[in-house]
Design a protein around this ligand. Structure first.
Ligand SMILES: NC(=O)c1ccc[n+]([C@@H]2O[C@H](COP(=O)([O-])OP(=O)(O)OC[C@H]3O[C@@H](n4cnc5c(N)ncnc54)[C@H](OP(=O)(O)O)[C@@H]3O)[C@@H](O)[C@H]2O)c1
Length: 265
């Protein structure tokens, strides 16, 4: 049984770009019982206007949750807010999407400061680490509650998953091909670390039947991707949701692209 797009779903960095489109398509395609917790670091701010409008268009389907991935108290409060709303339910899908790329330029060595390295690592690695750690009890609950009974024929069943949004630039093997196009030291290094986090948690959470997979969304037209990117958020997210809904335990600990192809580490 693949990962089903159902139940309770958390998306971080959901106020714009790929995160906003993930919430939009999940709201449009999931069944009545599904609920999306769309996280934004400033739910009332002007940068969250599009997400607020989306929430109004899908009454009762989306809850906006305040979450800053760099702030442990904010993550803890977000987990509590989700827990309060889902009650006895568990969390079926956590999408760690929020990330930054610094410095704004290509990220060449001479233009990159220590602070850029630290901020990017904190947001892109420590954030997803802490978020997964704090949501784990809820993920376990869904995995235990919704998985088929012991002894069932279905050996690959998984009812909860963590998706870490990575990038092809994280691939150490492909670095010689991709480095000259965009050096991006802090960003590349942070996403390679995110891949290791994915691999470690895939091992760690295997016994709980929680799938952990990293996905590259393609080069996408967003503030981060820029306007020259070939993919729209719509096509990237259509592909990623199709990949997510076909994941099973064998895909845990892998780095895939939005079309389901494996990217070498
Ligand atoms: N676009 C591409 O071509 C591309 C390619 C490969 C991988 N990716 C990955 O895809 C994901 C989404 O990228 P995108 O292109 O949609 O980027 P984006 O347009 O820059 O959006 C980034 C999102 O992350 C949020 N965010 C940043 N720092 C945060 C923090 N500390 N706490 C909470 N939220 C935070 C932003 O919120 P604010 O509005 O508050 O800043 C925004 O919602 C990222 O993981 C990125 O690395 C993108």
């Amino acid at each position: 049984m693949p990962v089903e797009l159902k139940g309770n779903i958390v998306v971080t960095g959901a106020n714009r770009g790929i995160g906003l489109e993930l919430v939009k398509q999940l709201a449009e395609t999931t069944g009545e019982e599904a609920h999306i917790y769309a996280c934004s670091r400033e739910p009332e701010g002007s940068r969250t206007e599009a997400l607020r409008q989306l929430t109004t268009r899908h009454p009762g389907k989306i809850t906006i949750i305040k979450l800053d991935t760099t702030n442990e108290e904010s993550i803890s409060a977000a987990v509590q807010a989700v827990q309060d709303q889902i009650g006895d339910g568990g969390l079926n899908l956590l999408i760690n999407n929020a990330a930054i790329r610094k410095p704004a330029s290509s990220g060449a060595l001479f233009a990159t400061k220590k602070n850029d390295m630290m901020e990017v690592y904190e947001t892109n690695v420590v954030g997803p680490f802490t978020i997964a750690k704090m949501f784990l009890p809820l993920l376990k609950k869904a995995a235990q509650r919704d998985s088929p009974a012991k002894g069932s024929d279905n050996k690959t069943a998984c009812s909860s998953a963590i998706i870490n949004i990575s990038t092809a630039f994280s691939s150490i093997e492909k670095c010689p091909e991709t480095f000259s196009a965009a050096q991006m030291y802090p960003y590349r290094i942070s996403k390679a670390a995110l891949n290791m986090l994915t691999r470690c948690q895939a091992e760690d959470f295997k016994t709980h039947n929680i799938v952990v997979t990293a996905i590259h969304p393609g080069w996408v037209q967003t503030e981060m991707g820029g306007e020259k990117a070939p993919l729209t958020t719509m096509d990237s997210v259509l592909g990623m949701l199709s990949v997510i809904s076909s994941l099973s335990n064998k895909d845990s600990g892998m780095l895939l692209d939005w079309q389901g192809n494996t990217i070498p580490w």
